[in-house]
Write a new protein. Structure first.
Length: 199
């Protein structure tokens, strides 16, 4: 039991590099929309790729998982390839690339279980029962659907929307939608658990 407790505490411990990357990802659309007018696309692309590389080679206690490393490398390479033709478009496509990598990562865990949400759930509940496993698999499918829809809208804003529309959606609305999905899932999970406990 003590080993499980130590695993849970280490899993819950804040990783400053991961937290910094998450904050940078959230702030990137707003920063890019504002910075594009003053400094142009290349400094933004350079900062973005530097953030991706730092996240991959972070000097933390444990290396980034292989799947995450490959996904982030794919995003960095995609940014470089697109920027060779259109640096401004490369900056606008960053949310699309991130949605695509998240979609791939979640879908891969359905092919090779445990599902992504089950992995998260087992941090708090190592002894997840069969019903919990089935439920987390459905939630993983729900997030895959979100990434498909969100990535499609992000692609439209990148190709057709103004910088204002792109910044508002990718820097605000998309995160609000993700937060809403998370909140709804949290409420549903508590209802399901209460119902299972009563039976």
């Amino acid at each position: 039991m003590s080993s499980i407790g130590s695993m849970n505490s280490s899993a819950r411990r804040l990783d400053p590099w991961a937290a910094g990357f998450a904050v940078a990802s959230v702030l990137f659309p707003a920063a890019a929309a504002i910075g594009m007018r003053w400094i142009g696309p290349w400094p933004i692309i350079a900062c973005l790729i530097a953030i991706l590389i730092l996240r991959i080679v972070r000097p933390g206690a444990s290396a980034a998982p292989l799947a995450m490393t490959l996904c982030l490398l794919a995003v960095a390479v995609s940014e470089l390839l697109v920027s060779a033709f259109d640096a401004e478009l490369a900056a606008r496509l960053y949310p699309v690339f991130m949605n695509a990598t998240m979609l791939f990562a979640f879908a891969l865990t359905l092919w090779k279980p445990p599902s992504m949400i089950e992995r998260f759930a087992r941090i708090a509940e190592p002894d997840l029962d069969a019903g919990g496993v089935a439920y987390t698999r459905k939630v993983t499918w729900a997030w895959i659907g979100f990434f498909i829809v969100n990535g499609g809208i992000a692609l439209w804003t990148a190709l057709q929307g103004s910088w204002f529309v792109w910044g508002v959606y990718n820097g605000g609305i998309s995160y609000a939608l993700a937060g809403s999905l998370f909140a709804v899932e949290f409420v549903v999970r508590r209802i399901v658990r209460a119902r299972n406990a009563a039976t």
